[in-house]
Design a protein around this ligand. Structure first.
Ligand code: SF4
Ligand code: SF4
Length: 315
């Protein structure tokens, strides 16, 4: 698989970044051993870039994979929601410990929205920059669903990498359209920021046109790498073939094109935490439990993580 520089970070990444949210407890619920098997398989197919986050709870999956894959063979990206210096320090330490590694390639701030949220995380950012100076992380990142955050990040020289939502229909962008997001990302990349995009398939909305959706993202030369979440070998093989521009067997495409849905259990206590967590406005409180607006849901799983009663699953 083609490798590219991740902006000016000095880090080389495969064109496909394998997302691990989908294999973890928020979605497929694979055990660390099962998840590691998928990671090792992806690595054997040329994928060298793996995305996780504290929220996804897949550090153990990566740790098990690292018993087989030499650490320097792969690039690991993670992030957290911390906003204080000490919170960020503790989060980086947790990640190092859990993945049993002495460095993380890309680490940063999860789900930034604009210059105000970035300002609110200034202390956490300062800690990440110190960790980079100490050699514990190699590049500082943000992830975002917002054009405003991409624009703001470009002006903050400490941010080396952005992980923005980017797909053919602009699904999941919270403050504008695809063209504006493309402009903002292009400007950031031109300034040397590394770009690995997320959700090329719009959280499932573009599954029926997966080939077109993946090619569309990759045709944008400012995208260094593109993260796709993987749940099983069938999806992995189809995704790698799509990224490499190889023909994909109809059965394999059907494998990734299966509909995924949020399932909300009837023991929901209507606390509303999931509704509050959804930045896409896809959840509203119904009579006995939240109701999902599937035209807005991007299957990010953030509502799943907020439910203390384990009522929501992505199936
Ligand atoms: S409903 Fe849940 S999975 Fe869907 S977009 Fe909202 S937070 Fe993400
Ligand atoms: S967070 Fe869980 S318990 Fe609370 S409203 Fe949502 S589904 Fe129900």
């Amino acid at each position: 698989m083609e490798q590219r520089p991740l902006g000016n970070t000095g880090i080389q990444v495969s064109r496909m970044c394998m997302g691990t949210l989908t294999m973890g407890p928020l979605q497929a619920g694979l055990s660390p051993e099962e998840g590691a098997e998928l990671i090792v398989r992806a690595h054997s197919m040329g994928v060298t870039f793996f995305d996780t986050a504290e929220l996804y709870d897949t550090y153990d999956h990566i740790a098990v994979a690292l018993q087989t894959i030499p650490r320097h063979d792969i690039v690991i990206a993670s992030r957290c929601y911390e906003y204080t210096y000490d919170g960020m320090k503790a989060s980086i330490e947790r990640a190092l410990r859990a993945m049993r590694t002495d460095y993380i390639d890309v680490f940063g701030l999860h789900e930034q929205e604009n210059s105000l949220t970035l300002a609110g995380h200034a202390e956490a950012l300062r800690c990440a920059v110190d960790a980079k100076r100490a050699g514990v992380i190699r590049a500082v990142s943000i992830s975002t669903h917002a054009i405003a955050a991409v624009e703001a990040a470009r002006t903050i020289t400490e941010i080396d990498v952005i992980h923005p939502i980017f797909n053919l229909r602009g699904i999941g962008i919270i403050d504008g359209q695809t063209e504006q997001m493309a402009e903002a990302i292009a400007a950031a990349r031109a300034a040397g920021t590394g770009v690995y995009s997320m959700k090329p398939l719009g959280g499932g909305h573009l599954l029926k046109q997966a080939r077109e959706a993946v090619s569309w993202v990759l045709a944008h030369q400012f995208v260094d790498s593109m993260a796709i979440g993987v749940r099983d070998v069938r999806e992995l093989e189809a995704d790698v073939a799509l990224v490499e521009g190889r023909p994909v067997d109809a059965d394999e495409l059907a494998g990734i094109a299966r509909d995924k849905r949020l399932f909300i259990e009837d023991w929901c206590v209507q606390c509303g935490a999931c509704v509050e967590a959804c930045r896409q406005g896809a959840l509203s409180m119904g009579q006995s439990r939240p109701v999902v607006d599937y035209s807005r849901c991007v299957l990010c799983g953030y509502c799943v993580a907020r439910c203390r009663d384990f009522c929501i699953k992505v199936l």
